[in-house]
Design a protein around this ligand. Structure first.
Ligand code: NDP
Length: 243
């Protein structure tokens, strides 16, 4: 399926690396004006060198006020992908307050903050819009990283409520819920080939996701081809029953 995002302004958070970076490049190739928001300037600089049409904005999404200040001038935005996310690995009894605050700050609070800024403009212009929130299969499947799992479960629920409240304003809201994707976030796993092989064996389709396996479904959800899809969670996990 060829996706056209011609004439659309697409804002992608966490676009410096991994899934967000791959998405920014593909969305630009689909004709969108892409606004790539991420924390580290150096990653945005290499993105800009690779894809010069992308507009880059450095911003720590964990900072509520700084985020508003950075994003409000970027309006209008037609499509928003809340992709930025972090994971802090810790057994339950060793979770710290700072890990909880940081994880929920980026994985949940920032989604609310950015969606308010962008959603307000979408509603005021009266032309609707699309929001895709990048969740995880760990929102329902449990194995370690309790705070991350909880933040993604909250994100799934938030997204359904957003779909309910923003739908009447013509704004569609969906999540994608990937399994393991080969990015820096999962680097720890690749350093343990035995563990990686065991996890991969449990995937019925026999492999982990590459960034493109997540990018393509997001592009579909951003496009007019999914114009009545809202409130959905799209699993991208190769048919896994559990982790
Ligand atoms: P990466 O760690 O590769 O990239 C994350 C991106 O988010 C980076 O560009 C990072 O910026 C940015 N980011 C993190 N915190 C902030 C912040 N406070 N402000 C602004 N930008 C920030 O992650 P992935 O590409 O793997 O993950 C993308 C999304 O997909 C996340 O929401 C993740 O939870 C989800 N996901 C990932 C899976 C996987 O297996 N990889 C599986 C399921 C879901 P910087 O470069 O500055 O660090």
């Amino acid at each position: 399926m060829d996706v056209s995002l011609s004439g659309k302004r697409v804002l992608v958070t966490g676009a410096g690396r991994g899934i967000g970076r791959a998405l920014a490049i593909r969305a630009a190739a689909c004709g969108a004006h892409v606004i790539a928001v991420s924390r580290t300037q150096q990653h945005l600089d290499t993105l800009k060198a690779e894809c010069p049409s992308v507009e880059t904005v450095a911003c720590d999404l964990g900072d509520w006020e700084a985020t508003r200040k950075a994003l409000e001038p970027l309006e209008p935005v037609d499509c928003l992908v809340n992709n930025a996310g972090i994971v802090k690995h810790a057994p339950f009894m060793e979770i710290t307050e700072s890990q909880i605050d940081q994880t929920f700050g980026v994985n949940l609070k920032a989604v609310i903050n950015v969606s308010q800024v962008v959603g307000r403009g979408m509603a005021e212009r009266g032309k609707g819009g699309v929001i895709v929130n990048v969740s995880s299969i760990l929102s329902t499947m449990v194995k370690g990283t309790a705070v991350y799992c909880a933040s993604k479960a909250a994100l799934d629920h938030l997204s359904r409520v957003m779909a309910l409240e923003l739908g009447p304003k013509g704004i569609r809201v969906n999540t994608v819920n990937p399994g393991v994707v080969r990015t820096d976030m999962t680097e720890r796993m690749w350093q343990d080939p035995e563990r990686a092989a065991a996890l991969q064996k449990a995937v019925p389709l026999g492999r982990f996701a590459e960034t493109e396996d997540v990018v393509n479904p997001i592009l579909f959800l951003l496009s007019d081809s999914s114009s009545l899809v809202s409130g959905a969670s799209l699993l991208i996990h190769g048919g896994s029953a559990s982790t």
